[in-house]
Design a protein around this ligand. Sequence first.
Ligand SMILES: Cc1cc2nc3c(=O)[nH]c(=O)nc-3n(C[C@H](O)[C@H](O)[C@H](O)COP(=O)(O)OP(=O)(O)OC[C@H]3O[C@@H](n4cnc5c(N)ncnc54)[C@H](O)[C@@H]3O)c2cc1C
Length: 531
Amino acid sequence: MTGSKDVCDLLVIGGGINGCGVARDAAGRGLSVTLAEMSDLASATSSASTKLFHGGLRYLEYFEFRLVRESLIERETLLRAMPHIAWPMRFVLPYHKDMRFESDTPTSKLLGIFMPWMRGRRPAWLIRLGLLLYDNLGGRKILPGTTTVNLTTAPEGRPLQDRFAKAYEYSDCWVEDSRLVVLNARDAEARGARILTRTQVMSAEQKDGIWHVTLKDITTDETQIVRARIMVNAGGPWVSDVIRHAIHTKSKDSVRLVRGSHIVTRRLFDHDKCYFFQGTDGRIMFAIPYETDFTLIGTTDQEHDDPDTPPVCTPQEQAYMVDFVNAYLKDPISVDDIVWTYSGVRPLFDDGSSSATAATRDYTLKVDRTVGAPLINIFGGKITTYRRLAEGVMGLVSKEMDGLPADWTAGVPLPGGDFAVDGVDAKIADLGRDYPFLTTVWARRLIRAYGTDAARLLNGATSAGDLGQAFGATLTAAEVDWLMDREYARTAEDVLWRRSKLGLRLSKEQAETLGNYMRARDTGRGSAAAE
Ligand SMILES: Cc1cc2nc3c(=O)[nH]c(=O)nc-3n(C[C@H](O)[C@H](O)[C@H](O)COP(=O)(O)OP(=O)(O)OC[C@H]3O[C@@H](n4cnc5c(N)ncnc54)[C@H](O)[C@@H]3O)c2cc1C
């Protein structure tokens, strides 16, 4: 199946979740794969999500039944493959009669026709109906179904204003999005793929049915040409830029960029459930327990013009999210309570929807042959659907290559995820027993990040000192070396904000010390390689 020596089967543009998912799937089917990512893995949208494997309860109002069903089924497949970085979460949806739809949802319009007095309102029976569908569309086995919560007595009612007496509680899942990306990249490499980070696809031209792709190392400015039979454009927010400016095809398909921002505060409530708040403007907002000591709140939907403009959470978005949750919280917060914000750009398929909220979240795969050799463009795609999306891409590749081995990724764990879906606590206890110098918090963090690889990382250490320099918040040189040697980390930011979220805990000085350590180690490696 692999191409002739210097022509690879697949060149994947982009190291977000979709590019890395495709690279892993393709490599596992025996294809020769090169993936080029112009920055760090997951440096764009795939580290800026709300971090949910979810069916998308809200999408039911847009009649996106295919997407919801596929995502609901997929949640449990993914959970089983990565019980370290993903886990079930319960969502508490407080009910109040003021809840409103966005007026242009198909459900709102339908209700307006048959029950004009209901127009714009989101009644309790409709929410219950939506949750009934949500419980039953996707063949649940692990996740519990919907229940009703009495907020006047349950602990989940305590942080909320007294006017909320009743809530519905349903299941979805949490996932560490940027770790998901890097684990897919690692597995792809273990199966033979070449993963090139800090490498930009500058241009591509077709000669005799083969792509000649110019790649540039953005740290050295060196260029190289890679030849490939098929290109997969997983450029996320840049998918249209790649089509028009790097490859110059005549495709008319384009992407709609919709920015979403999040704010992080100190922990606002002391249970492990997430709140699903509905606004009077029809939008929804999550308040999620985050990194033990924090609460994550999001998100927004704002048009974003240019992928090269870095997305930031504007003061208006911050105020909007603070006001939104304050309509629910007993103890209101202010923008001064925000400790961190992040933003990402959704690369949605431009389906001509009127509002950013209404634009489809489903993915679209297009084969573009206008230049000659096949180019597969990916538009949209949730974190939740990345594995199915990769299978869809493989279906298209299979047509180009006269067949491929069958789908294989369902049921095959990601690195470190080879243990029972409910086995995390046991793994933490085992690690604590084998490495008694670890605190419980430390052992939990390592298992949640690396799963069964945590023991390989610790490599028989008998004391914290054996793990080398300590950078703060349990981060040691042994872990940083692991991240540099096996997980493509090159800078302190890669380690603190994508391979982990220790950026929330390290001081500026500690982060600088880490940066110096990584630079010295990188330079050392470079000169050793040159000798
Ligand atoms: C606010 C927000 C919340 C979300 N919440 C959820 C959620 O809870 N659950 C869920 O399932 N989904 C969620 N999503 C959707 C999900 O995050 C995205 O759909 C997904 O991450 C897109 O992945 P991607 O690989 O297509 O794009 P990206 O992650 O953006 O990756 C594209 C990559 O291509 C690279 N690239 C571009 N051009 C080139 C080039 N010329 N050469 C080399 N590399 C290039 C970029 O550097 C980038 O890293 C959310 C999205 C947003 C914005």
